[in-house]
Design a protein around this ligand. Structure first.
Ligand code: ZN
Ligand code: ZN
Length: 340
């Protein structure tokens, strides 16, 4: 069974003949697959030109190896795995410089080719990370967004004792705050939704609500005028872009995580005045996946409170519809196959 994105906020469920793994490929029995913000953009039709309207999407998955193609040595049937859904060309300047995650010709599995909202998913073996056998597959479906957070925190060069401000308390923002806190930072989440703030507090994160006053002055007040050593802009809002420069400490680092639809005006004056640094952060590298798996296995980062709904594959359209404009929801998982 597979769920095809069929355009106009709809999915079509179809029985499909599973694709047998070719040389260098593996086939996975998908257990769970999370709904990502990008998937919501597809659902809204914003990405029809790229994704087309007969595509199986989904990439935040966990599963079990069902079959292994010729020449795959290091992966065995029955292993629990996640997929790092990036397929790079290997030949462009970015790839040659060792930055294949930002390959000039990057293909994203689940957007540019079929993804994980199907029971048997065949992928290149180089995208697979093997999980510890005892890791819960529901939690493992959080590896992909957690790897995003690990990458963002690594780009921000967070050190113990620093103040990390995360603007935007959705799933990625929360995960960044958790990873930063685990690295010894004092993590503060700025978010306007009170339900999300309640989840943040349950995760023992500090919070501020911009509805109670502008973020910049609030951070300055909390830090004796020092500001945040690292600011993560995850909100994708103009208010967030304004706050990121207003709240940064002298020589602070700003990590741009959000995907903005329009080019937002940025206060460059603050970059000069306080010698700020701006860092882009996009997806993840293999080491970020390894780190995310480690953090889940050791229990260092508790992602369970972020999973707010689990639906069957037959309910995928309702699950997506339910997430529309619902900022109380955090992460919805689709149970694709027999998961444990
Ligand atoms: Zn995602
Ligand atoms: Zn490339």
């Amino acid at each position: 069974m597979a769920a095809f994105y069929a355009g106009q906020k709809s999915f079509r469920l179809e029985e499909v003949v599973p694709v047998a793994p070719g040389p260098g490929e593996v086939q996975i029995d998908v257990a769970y697959c999370g709904v990502c913000g990008t998937d919501m953009h597809v659902f809204h039709g914003d990405m029809d030109a790229r994704v087309t309207t007969h595509r199986i999407i989904g990439h935040e998955m966990s599963g079990v190896i069902a079959a292994v193609g010729a020449g795959v040595e290091h992966i065995r049937t029955g292993q629990r795995v996640v997929v790092r859904p990036l397929d790079h060309c290997g030949d462009c300047p970015a790839c040659r410089a060792g930055h294949s995650h930002i390959c000039h010709n990057l293909k994203f599995l689940g957007l540019d080719s079929n993804g994980a909202f199907q029971q048997k998913w065949t992928v290149p073996a180089h995208t697979v990370h093997v999980l510890p056998q005892n890791l819960d597959l529901k939690l493992a479906a959080m590896v992909e967004p957690l790897a995003v957070a690990c990458h963002d925190v690594r780009r921000g060069r967070i050190a113990a004792g620093e103040i990390a401000l995360v603007i935007g308390g959705g799933p990625i923002g929360m995960l960044i705050a958790l990873v930063a806190a685990h690295a010894g930072a004092n993590a503060i989440v700025a978010e306007i939704n009170e339900n999300r703030l309640a989840i943040a507090r349950k995760l023992e994160l500090e919070t501020i609500n911009p509805k109670d006053g502008a973020i910049g002055p609030a951070i300055m007040a909390r830090t004796d005028g020092r500001g945040a050593d690292v600011v993560f802009e995850v909100s994708g809002s103009q208010a967030g872009v304004e706050a990121m420069t207003a709240a940064a400490a002298a020589r602070g680092r700003i990590v741009m995580v959000a995907i903005n639809n329009k080019r937002p005006p940025v206060d460059l004056f603050q970059f000069f005045w306080r010698e700020l640094e701006m860092l882009g952060a996009r997806v993840y590298e293999p080491e970020d996946y390894n780190r995310a798996i480690e953090l889940l296995e050791s229990g260092a980062v508790d992602v369970a409170p972020l999973i707010t709904d689990i639906r069957g594959l037959d309910e995928i359209e309702q699950a997506f519809t339910g997430l529309e404009g619902n900022s109380n929801a955090m992460k919805t998982l689709i149970q694709v196959g027999a998961g444990t």
